[in-house]
Design a protein around this ligand. Structure first.
Ligand code: URA
Length: 295
């Protein structure tokens, strides 16, 4: 997401927005090592920003795993007043948003973050980020139909990419089939549409995994922070590399006045670099906790 440079400087606590504009026009601000004096300049979370040569502290990065129950909309706010994600993560101060979406009636794993670069990469088809679903469909699905899912089926927006499908069993009494499917595309209602195409409507759908993340030990409505290992693995899966350091950075952050602050960071600092790209400064919350949301 692009934001105006002065807004980012103000959000980082360097100065008020008005003062930040003066910093920019006064030639004190660099973006990715280049002097910027234009007030209209826009930056993303990936850009490295310095004031008087000192890197600014951007917003702490938050990575929260959420087990969405059925009947919850995948938004942080619902104009119709339906239950949405925000109702379950009221303890979060940071402005997070979900990476991808689950239908109202789909339950399962959602990643919430304020890391725009990560969200962008995870949802970009080139990264082929895998998503695994537990599916129950109406009808007894023969092997050849499951093979069709594996090879790809023709939907109105084109052929689906090959999928990994594992039959888990038939419920002969109720006429249901249970299987697991792993896909790496993120088209709207993709799994439901794939099953509809075969003539077996979905009765129950649950996302159990996303790349290295899973819902182990969590109950519906739970959310928890990712641990450092999970964050590292996720960033790698998204083509972003990560260097952790528990130490204070060599260069101290600029404070509100643009001067260097001597304050120690409260959480371990994490500096991530996009492979082969310019410097990117993220900070990550590494605590592991469960939040009691509305259930
Ligand atoms: N596929 C669907 O059909 N629905 C979801 O919510 C997610 C994937």
């Amino acid at each position: 997401m692009e934001e105006r440079l002065q807004k980012v400087l103000a959000a980082a606590g360097v100065a008020s927005r008005r003062e930040a504009e003066k910093f920019i026009t006064g030639g004190r601000v660099k973006v990715n090592g280049k002097l910027v004096t234009e007030l209209g300049t826009k930056v993303t979370a990936r850009d490295a920003i310095t004031v008087d040569g000192k890197p600014i502290q951007r917003e702490e990065k938050v990575y929260r795993l959420f087990y969405k129950p059925r009947g919850v909309v995948t938004t942080m706010k619902d104009p119709e007043g339906r239950t949405c994600i925000a109702d379950f993560v009221q303890d979060l101060q940071a402005r997070v948003y979900p990476v991808g979406r689950l239908d109202y009636n789909t339950e399962g794993l959602l990643l919430l973050t304020n890391d725009g670069a990560l969200a962008q990469n995870l949802t970009h088809p080139s990264h082929e980020f895998t998503k695994t679903y537990q599916v129950t469909v109406l009808g007894l699905v023969p092997q050849e139909k499951l093979d069709q899912l594996r090879l790809g089926v023709m939907l109105e927006d084109g052929m689906t990419a090959p999928a990994v499908v594992t039959l888990q069993g038939y419920d002969n009494e109720r006429g249901l089939t249970n299987f697991e499917i792993t896909i790496h595309e993120g088209r709207n209602r993709q799994v439901r549409r794939m099953c509809d195409f075969l003539g077996f409507p979905v009765r129950k759908l649950m996302r159990t995994k996303m790349g290295p993340l899973n819902l182990q030990g969590m109950r519906r409505g739970d959310s928890r922070e990712l641990d450092e290992f999970e964050v590292t693995t996720l960033l790698e899966a998204a083509g972003l590399s990560c260097d952790y350091t528990q130490d204070q950075p060599e260069t101290k952050p600029a404070d509100r006045s643009g001067r260097v602050s001597g304050k120690k960071p409260q959480a371990p600092a994490a500096t991530f670099k996009k492979a082969g790209a310019s410097h990117d400064d993220h900070r990550v919350r590494s605590s592991h906790r469960r939040t009691g949301g509305r259930r």
